[in-house]
Design a protein. Structure first.
Ligand code: MG
Length: 161
């Protein structure tokens, strides 16, 4: 059995006039949303990069380029689902995912279970295998000033060989 780990990181700028989507869940109380070609869901994007990285399959920009009209305003859960199918096609089984979201406001803990359930259902894991952590940036830098949100993720994959 071989086990591989991959890391992912993403950040997007917060702007007016966009919905805030994190982990496939709308954070309705936020007046700002993330700017991007798709729904700009940084948490889901970091997880996609962690999964692609573990499988040695490059990064999200290669598979879902922002020049492709198919991904304009896309639900990032659809990208995550497609990335999981690339891995499964190559014989990989997803072990677990762990992620940290760096967001000054609003508090995300009340959304944790909804995000976890949506992500786990999309990936085909049990919710316990998708761990989500939230932190502020203690007011420091662009994340601390609420100019953007960032996410980091780690994924493990297993394959017989
Ligand atoms: Mg992104």
């Amino acid at each position: 059995m071989s086990t591989r780990a991959g890391i992912g990181y993403d950040t997007h700028r917060l702007v007016a006039g966009r919905k805030l989507i994190l982990g496939g869940v709308e954070i309705a109380e936020s007046e700002l949303g993330l700017e991007g070609h798709s729904d700009a869901d940084v948490l889901t994007h970091a997880m996609i990069d962690a999964l692609l990285g573990a499988a040695g399959l490059g990064d999200i920009g290669e598979h879902f380029p922002d020049t492709d009209v198919r991904w304009r305003d896309a639900d990032s859960a659809d990208l995550l689902s497609e990335a999981c199918s690339f891995l499964e096609d190559r014989g990989w089984t997803i072990g677990h995912l762990d992620a940290t979201v760096i967001c000054q406001a609003p508090k995300l803990a009340p959304y944790r279970e909804r995000m976890r359930n949506r992500l786990a259902a999309t990936i085909g894991l049990r919710p316990l295998e998708v761990n989500l952590k939230f932190t502020t940036n203690e007011g420091v830098g662009f994340l601390g000033r609420g100019e953007g949100i960032a996410a980091l993720a780690v994924a493990t994959l297993e394959r017989a060989s």
